[in-house]
Design a protein around this ligand. Structure first.
Ligand code: SAM
Length: 234
């Protein structure tokens, strides 16, 4: 069973990726202009984004309220594959936006035989659009999207977590991970998209912290980190 091949899930994802490309074109061009400007570099652009987020991440993402900022189709298929491989039943997502990554993960839950995904999103309008997109894909019965700041809304996820996707404000990956750490099942997969924060990288790459982690050569430049929880769960 692979819901990505055909049917409601595949059709919804095709449409959403097209919408995302159209909606985010200006944003991507603006980022490229910073990188390609004299003296510019990807590292400089990333440092600038981290500094902006650290000042006021709520304002940064309010300015992106109409943008998808979604994972690529390639990364989405990778998410689906990992969730299938670890037979995930309980998934948490930091940063849902319009629900593209959520659809890949919820489709894996469906194909694994069922489960529960808790998403989180700051922007109310995005929460409504994500819920509608999940309903269109026929996956809404598997997903709960919590509106507000994940530092509050994900405090209680009610059980073990088999897979965690970190795709919200990237200056918050470490606090969100530490908050959920007691809930991570042994062998849980943690996917950091835009995991640029050196403090996050240092933490998950240190075996003594109970993780095995490395950068992924997938969508290079997007700071993809793949991490496995090696420590026992509570
Ligand atoms: C990169 S986008 C997520 C894209 C989504 N995972 C996808 O692939 O379709 C990041 C999202 O995280 C949300 N976000 C940022 N900081 C957040 C926070 N502290 N709590 C909840 N959501 C947050 C933003 O509003 C934005 O919609």
């Amino acid at each position: 069973m692979n819901s990505l091949i055909e049917g409601l899930v595949a059709d919804t994802l095709d449409k959403l990726h097209r919408d995302a490309e159209a909606s985010d074109r200006d944003h991507i061009e603006a980022m490229m202009a910073i990188i390609e400007a004299p003296g510019g570099s990807p590292e400089q652009a990333i440092a600038g984004m981290l500094a902006q987020e650290r000042t006021d991440y709520r304002r940064v993402y309010r300015d992106y309220a109409d943008n998808f900022l979604a994972v690529s189709p390639k990364y989405g298929r990778f998410l689906y594959a990992i969730a299938r491989a670890c037979k995930a039943r309980r998934i948490v997502e930091f940063g849902t936006s319009m629900g593209i990554s959520t659809i890949y993960l919820a489709a894996a839950l469906r194909d694994n035989g069922g489960g529960h995904l808790i998403g989180s999103e700051l922007e109310g309008a995005k929460v409504m659009r994500a819920r509608a997109n999940l309903a269109t894909a026929g996956l809404d019965d598997l997903v709960e999207i919590r509106e507000g700041d994940a530092l509050e809304t994900l405090k209680d996820v009610g059980g073990k977590v088999d897979l965690l996707l970190l795709d919200g404000a990237f200056s918050l990956y470490l606090p969100v991970l530490k908050m959920l750490e007691p809930r991570l099942s042994a062998g849980a997969a943690i996917l950091g998209e835009n995991a640029f924060d050196p403090a996050y990288q240092d933490y998950v790459r240190k075996a003594a912290n109970g993780y095995l982690s490395r950068a992924l050569a997938l969508d290079e430049g997007r700071g993809n980190e793949f991490t496995v929880r090696t420590a026992r769960c509570c």
